[in-house]
Design a protein around this ligand. Sequence first.
Ligand code: GLU
Length: 429
Amino acid sequence: MSLNTPHALPSYLSKHELGPWGTYLEQVERVTPYLGHLAKWVETLKRPKRSLIVDIPVELDNGTIAHFEGYRVQHNTSRGPGKGGVRFHQDVTLSEVMALAAWMSIKTAAVNLPFGGAKGGIRINPHNHSRGELERITRRYTSEIGVIIGPNKDIPAPDVNTNAQTMAWMMDTYSMNEGATTTGVVTGKPISLGGSLGRVEATGRGVFVVGCEAARDQGINIEGARVVVQGFGNVGGTAARLFQEAGAKVIAVQDHTACLHNSNGLDVLSLLKHAEEHGGIAGTPNAEAISHDDFWALETELLIPAALEGQITARNAPTIRARIVIEGANGPTTPEADDILAANGTLVVPDVLANAGGVTVSYFEWVQDFSSFYWTEAEINHRLEAMMRSAYASVASVAREHGVSQRTAAFITGCSRILEAREVRGLYP
Ligand code: GLU
């Protein structure tokens, strides 16, 4: 049997697989005609370099033993060490983590950070566990993936349902196992452990910066512009606040507890306070609860999906009346929805560009840890804004040059950089 027969292909290679990995494969397919001679190497992007599944046994507070499944996927390391967050979610699967790792490869390359792409996850609902249980689960997971991570190999960071405390436990576990304090093994750490100022806000700030650039491109004045935000965690909450501070009107917000609307503008600070105190936005005063369908169909200048993958699909895309979609989440729009939005004249600023602010400040944190010299918050925000603006300008110009979507343009830039490195390094061993 020839190696090229379908039987020799890995099971995950079909773009018809539903879910985020299928979405990613379709995106790679769309960019391939623009890769020139580098298309020879494109299969590299369609399979992760390394995928690890680990068993996480822990003793729960009630004395019983529970087992959780964890993952760490290194999609590509041609341009530098793997980089990407760790997600705690009850629905996480290996195939989802593969897609998230792959988007990290494209993202770091599209904004020209010297990293590859990786991602991790644990199939767990963190809200059902005590702080002590979460600490034990995080530490055991870190020990299990310890064989493949490291400051020069693969550097985890926060993602959905993980935070600076999670990173502190990961950094401590790795360091104790190594016998040396190794701050650079994770980013998104507490400031007291070598974390970077501005990291917590960085993804939301990046969404805001590219959102302003895209609005200017479309002749939209941010002052008075309507903004709709799906997801009110670290990314959506920060972006909503920054847009409001800039004079925009945040007319609707959705989280796991409610969809709230006020055509005169919601008060983002009250929403943030309410969500902090009650675990969600439901019940915040001066807002009207609306249905999910009505939420997506609101007329708005900016729509920011900042929750999970697969939120804008062929089902709700035809109802969307936004001038610009800025993807704060990873993978929120399916390829079919991309086509519908494009046909309706909605500009989509893709995840690999729009939410790259987080990993950009992670890069700053990693650099600061290596040099043990720390920058001011103003310096970090200034560098972040400059990098996001220039990444936006270069993606927008590639999109114009080839007459393609900004997603395909970001993939042209990202995939070309990865495959150039891949080609010049050569195959070894
Ligand atoms: N989890 C973030 C992302 O999806 C940040 C990853 C990082 O800083 O490495 O981009």
